[in-house]
Design a protein. Structure first.
Length: 228
């Protein structure tokens, strides 16, 4: 298979754009074609490039055009899945969250506090269950080896402390709150366009030319082992 050369130059400028367009549309054959550059496609492309494969990546609109820039910017640690007893994916979410916060995107993530207000009408049982739910989420954090210095364990806090974190809380009847922590993305679109390790990027056909994939035609079959 004819593999295009890797330049190692990750600067995005006019010359790079011309070069990428030529490589993406020319005669050379790439190992992987990625269609759609939301967080999934960008991740697949980055993974393939970091394994030494040559990649052409296209999007009909632009990087992060789709749902990947309209999310609620929460990288939750699996608590939602625990509620439906999906333990495997709950653990995977916690592990992925930890990797984002400590390795791949510490500059794009931050801890976000979750407050459940306790009022005069909140029963002791309800308060206990709220804390128990956060504690279950914290077990996932520990299982994923995410440090408590990043995401502190949940606890019950006073009325004053709750108002310091969320001044907009209705004060009448407020007794305190249950406080837990999760992870928030600063900017979901930036996560999609973040640079690859060692400046290795997939070749992206110019997004402004809106290359929409309309079908896939198989010209040659076969597989090749990727060398790092
Ligand atoms: C309101 C909302 C809130 C959410 N909140 C969260 C959250 O807090 N945390 C979380 O983890 N997830 C959240 N999600 C889910 C998350 O946003 C999606 O799972 C994720 O963005 C999907 O990414 P994707 O790359 O698969 O798709 P997309 O981001 O939609 O990307 C698809 C891309 O493919 C391109 N494309 C499509 N067809 C073609 C074609 N024929 N040729 C070329 N390109 C094409 C499109 O232009 C687009 O750029 C939320 C989703 C929504 C809608």
């Amino acid at each position: 298979m004819n593999t295009p050369p890797t330049t190692g130059d990750s600067r995005l400028n006019a010359a790079r754009r011309e070069r990428d367009l030529e490589l993406a549309t020319g005669e050379q054959i790439a190992d992987v074609l990625v269609v759609g550059l939301g967080v999934t496609g960008a991740g697949v492309a980055l993974d393939a490039v970091s394994r030494g494969l040559s990649v052409v990546a296209v999007d009909a609109h632009d990087l992060a055009f789709g749902t990947s820039r309209w999310s609620s910017k929460l990288a939750h640690g699996g608590l939602l899945y625990l509620a439906s007893l999906q333990l495997g994916i709950a653990h995977e979410s916690a592990v992925e969250r930890g990797i984002l916060m400590t390795r791949t995107a510490p500059h794009l993530t931050r801890p976000i506090p979750w407050l459940i207000p306790l009022t005069r009408s909140t029963s002791h049982t309800a308060a206990f269950l709220d804390l128990a739910a956060f504690a279950a989420g914290d077990l996932l954090r520990r299982a994923a080896h995410t440090p408590s210095s990043l995401l502190p364990p949940p606890r019950r806090i006073s009325r004053t402390a709750a108002l310091a974190i969320a001044p907009g809380l209705k004060q009448d009847g407020l007794r305190g709150a249950v406080l837990g922590w999760d992870c928030q993305l600063e900017d979901d679109a930036r996560l999609v366009v973040r640079g690859g390790p060692h400046g290795r990027r997939p070749r992206c056909a110019d997004p402004h030319s809106h290359p929409r994939a309309s079908g896939v035609r198989r010209r040659r079959t076969g597989a090749r082992r990727a060398h790092r």
